[in-house]
Design a protein around this ligand. Structure first.
Ligand SMILES: [Zn+2]
Ligand SMILES: [Zn+2]
Length: 700
């Protein structure tokens, strides 16, 4: 009943046979100038449709066109051109086109849902970083069966190749179209006066939307609905409860398949599950957000810290600083005013006040230490590093495994240097950071973030800082992405994203220039120049792994728990196949241990050897040395590599020890490690679910 009435009314105002109600091109107005990528200029009347411009460039291009970009603003082919500028046709090869496809898929999803559930109210349907969602107001949560039904209908919608028709409407017309959709009317009421109100139609479904969309639903062949979840209108728990359906979509089938494979892999590799299976860490309700590391986990953790320590031994100075500081330090650093709710405050019995805090970051203590003595220009750059425990008061509801914790440690460094040293220093630090990721087979990409709107310091200071950082970045010859306005308020930065073995991007390291902390109103840092006068140093905040906790989570998922030999908590398991061989087992274990290897062997064990082997499998131990009578007599071991049970190899004990030592020393990637096997195109997305402890060295 509802649907029929609505449909009739809709037809009357906006039916399939109606001409598109868009303004006609205004030939009397001064023309707009479009600059094509080859530099050619096109003059068009305001109101011309991009479709018509693209058609004049070529019919083939029109068929391939997803949308256009005019001066960086993406709009679809049926939205009238209202401003001139750089004109680019977006095809499926352009990264911006993917969001257009996914948002269009949200419309098509609503189209399908409305066909099957005509009474479903509609909320928002945006593209998100790895797909899209649409929110519906329905009585009951959607079941997996519902989703399957919607997906089948979605396929029909895609097969029907329904064009996305755009129409500009008055506020009253829009209110009439959405009279049964209170959420859309609420949205409508938010639109400022004078804004063009547009609706889009595909088939029977009309949505209030600014666009852009793909030309028709035929583009939406490679779409998958992934799951449903509860949501609130506008994300506010005081508002109406909605049911959100998530999906993802791609231009090509292989990209979709790779993405779905990646989702499955991510589930299989979840560090929270593997952390249990590999016996690495636990969480107790009495210590939310603070990991309890088992002996194996502690070995892994310390091995990583030792690795960083070893790489920093020559050029960095490690210091340990207090965990608790009074508020005077935090007032000086600015944290007391701006960051206090993220800090754990501690009661000081003498003052009766909570005016002491656990440190959330190392920077202020490093500045304090630098300021405590006189420095000559010849000592710079000075690099302080600290692996101390840090605490941040994350909301308990936001805590998740090792990726969002309250207690963690960073490989955090602060460099104090002269301005003329920035280029050389950034080059040095970049090599350091990139070398770290390389060791783990993590591919890094760089982002250069420049001055934000809200900032301190003069434009001249920013020009210098950005120039220096950019110069250092370009000197490396590596490509980078420019992020205008994304810098810290105290200086520009280089961020490092890494891509793991299943194609997920994680933000990890950072190199940030800081002109604020040394200032007179903060830590008043100085060094004595060649002219014998005091000068202000610049500070660089540098993080490589971010927090060790989060980095371990990434490594667990990246390697699916099958660590390289040098990192594996247990490197070799020695398994005699009968109790009488335990003396030989001891000899093998001793030889391996004497070479510095971590060995699992228990001479007193009465367990069947098959149990020991199964356990080593579950723990993903890289090597097993299986010992029988023949091995004991010949002084050999039969070696099983992780994941290659049917390819045993018998070799002299010495040769096996030498092989393990060399593999650990060279920090070789695991033999069963598969570097990124996900095709291009599926690699562009991050994983918002894993947004972790912030890596930025400091808010100030
Ligand atoms: Zn839309
Ligand atoms: Zn810092």
């Amino acid at each position: 009943m509802w649907k029929r009435v609505r449909g009739r009314k809709f037809k009357a105002t906006y039916g399939p046979s109606d001409p598109p109600a868009q303004p006609m091109p205004d030939a009397s107005a001064p023309p707009l100038v479009l600059t094509l990528p080859d530099g050619a200029l096109r003059e068009v009347a305001p109101g011309t449709l991009p479709r018509d411009v693209v058609a004049t460039i070529g019919e083939r291009l029109l068929r391939a066109a997803v949308a256009v970009s005019i001066d960086g603003v993406v709009q679809d082919l049926v939205t009238p051109i209202r401003a001139g500028g750089a004109f680019r046709v977006l095809t499926e090869r352009d990264p911006e086109a993917l969001a257009v496809l996914r948002h269009s898929a949200a419309h098509a999803l609503a189209t399908a849902v409305r066909r099957l559930r005509p009474g479903a109210q509609i909320g928002f349907g945006p593209a998100i970083s790895d797909g899209f969602y649409y929110d519906f107001g329905v009585g009951e949560p959607f079941t997996p069966d519902d989703l399957a039904e919607f997906e089948a209908e979605f396929r029909k919608v895609a097969t029907e190749k329904l064009p996305f028709e755009r129409r500009e409407v008055s506020r009253d017309e829009a209110a009439e179209i959405f009279r049964d959709d209170p959420l859309k009317r609420e949205r409508l009421a938010d639109l400022p006066d004078g804004e063009v109100i547009s609706v889009y139609r595909d088939g029977d479904f009309v949505d209030l939307c600014r666009g852009p969309h793909v030309p028709d639903t035929g583009w939406l062949k490679h779409v998958k609905l992934t799951h449903a979840a509860g949501a609130y209108w506008r994300g506010d728990a005081r508002n109406q409860a909605l049911q959100r359906i998530y999906g993802t979509g791609f231009f090509k089938k292989d990209a979709l398949d790779a993405h779905l494979h990646r989702i499955e892999e991510a589930k299989r590799r979840d560090h929270r599950l593997l952390g249990k299976q590999l016996d690495l860490f636990q969480f107790f309700p009495v210590a939310p957000g603070a990991a309890f590391w088992t002996p194996r986990g502690t070995t892994l953790y310390n091995t990583l810290v030792d690795f960083v320590r070893e790489r920093q031994a020559r050029d960095f100075a490690e210091i340990k600083t207090p965990l608790l500081f009074t508020k005077r330090l935090w007032e000086q650093s600015g944290h007391w005013g701006k960051y206090r709710e993220n800090m754990f405050l501690v009661l000081d019995n003498e003052t009766g006040e909570h005016d002491v805090s656990l440190k959330p970051m190392n920077c202020p203590s490093h500045h304090l230490y630098f300021a405590s003595t006189k420095h000559s220009y010849r000592e710079l750059p000075l690099r302080y590093v600290t692996f101390d425990v840090l605490h941040r008061n994350e909301l308990s509801g936001a805590l998740s495994g090792l990726t969002r914790v309250r207690q963690f440690a960073q490989d955090d460094c602060h460099v104090y240097l002269r301005e003329d040293q920035i280029v050389e220093e950034v080059r040095f630090l970049m090599n350091f950071v990139l070398g770290h990721y390389e060791t783990f087979g993590l591919a890094a990409s760089l982002k250069f973030a420049t001055r934000p709107e809200q900032r301190i310091g003069s434009d001249e200071m920013w020009d210098r800082a950005e120039g220096a950082l950019r110069g250092a970045l370009e000197a490396t010859g590596r490509p980078y992405e420019l992020k205008p306005g994304d810098g810290a308020f105290y200086g520009p930065k280089i961020d490092f994203d890494v891509t793991d073995s299943i194609g997920r991007a994680w933000q990890l390291g950072t190199i940030q220039l800081d002109y604020a902390a040394p200032g007179a109103d903060r830590f008043d840092l100085t060094y004595t120049g060649a002219d014998n006068h005091p000068h202000r140093p610049v500070v660089i905040h540098r993080a490589v792994s971010g927090s060790f906790e989060r980095f371990i989570a990434i490594l667990i998922e990246h390697f699916a728990g099958a660590f390289p030999l040098w990192l594996a908590p247990e490197q070799v398991r020695v398994v005699p196949i009968s109790p009488e061989l335990s003396a030989y087992g001891q000899r093998v274990a001793d030889a391996l241990r004497a070479a510095g290897l971590r060995v699992g062997f228990d001479a007193a064990s009465e367990e069947d050897y098959r149990v020991r082997i199964r356990e080593a499998h579950a723990l993903k131990v890289p090597y097993m040395a299986v010992l029988g009578r023949r091995e004991a007599e010949a002084g050999t071991v039969t070696v099983r590599r992780r994941g290659q049970d049917n390819q045993q190899e018998t070799m002299p004990l010495d040769a096996f020890v030498a092989r393990c030592v060399e593999e650990a020393r060279s920090r070789a990637l695991p033999h069963d490690y598969v570097p990124n096997d996900v095709p291009e195109g599926a690699l562009t997305d991050g994983t918002p679910a894993h947004g972790g402890v912030t890596n930025s060295a400091a808010p100030r």
